[in-house]
Ligand binder design. Structure first.
Ligand SMILES: [Zn+2]
Ligand SMILES: [Zn+2]
Length: 179
């Protein structure tokens, strides 16, 4: 299993004990609830004396399905966060690897708005910490402008575009592995 380790909560150094597996287990319970509600609904519908009493259960099953979907999506987000290694870009927001801060998202999907890019993601990428490998050392951004920090290729593009006078040098260790 690659996603069952504990996740470092950003900025505190504390570890959370909540795992993707726990969230998937909760999603499984929601799926069981959906099945049980649907069985009850079918049972009521099959009897002429009770069929009208089950009118709420279609909505109830729908809500339970949404609970399961939200839990499963949260498990995926947590697993993605947990996969960030020490050589991952520290930016707190995602970007396009090729174009930087050009993302838009809606309804749990995200896409790059740069002409001709066409990249899409099936999660809220721009609202979650960056998962791209660090590719450059950058000085002149953030709270400590004298300190060299690491950024991925996309965030380096955005930093260059938004901040005057920053210094950028390729990260030698990332030269072979960066996408
Ligand atoms: Zn792009
Ligand atoms: Zn980044």
């Amino acid at each position: 299993m690659t996603d069952e380790y504990r996740v470092i909560v950003h900025g505190t150094g504390e570890l959370t004990d909540v795992t993707p597996a726990q969230l998937r287990e909760l999603a499984g319970r929601a799926a069981e609830l959906v099945d049980a509600i649907e069985a009850a609904r079918a049972g009521l519908a099959g009897d002429c004396h009770t069929r009208h009493t089950g009118y709420r259960l279609a909505d109830a099953a729908g809500w339970a399905r949404q609970v399961g979907a939200d839990l499963a999506a949260t498990a995926q987000d947590l697993a993605r966060l947990g996969s960030r290694g020490p050589a991952t870009c520290p930016a707190e927001w995602g970007c396009c690897p090729d174009h930087g801060g050009t993302l838009r998202s809606s309804g749990g999907r995200c896409w790059c708005t740069a002409p001709g890019c066409g990249r899409t993601w099936d999660y809220d990428r721009d609202g979650q910490p960056c998962t791209e490998p660090a590719a450059y050392e950058v000085r002149g951004v953030g709270d400590a402008p004298d300190v060299w920090g690491l950024l991925c290729a996309g965030h380096t593009i955005t930093a260059r575009a938004q901040v005057d006078g920053i210094e950028v040098r390729p990260l030698a260790a990332a030269a072979g592995g960066a996408r």
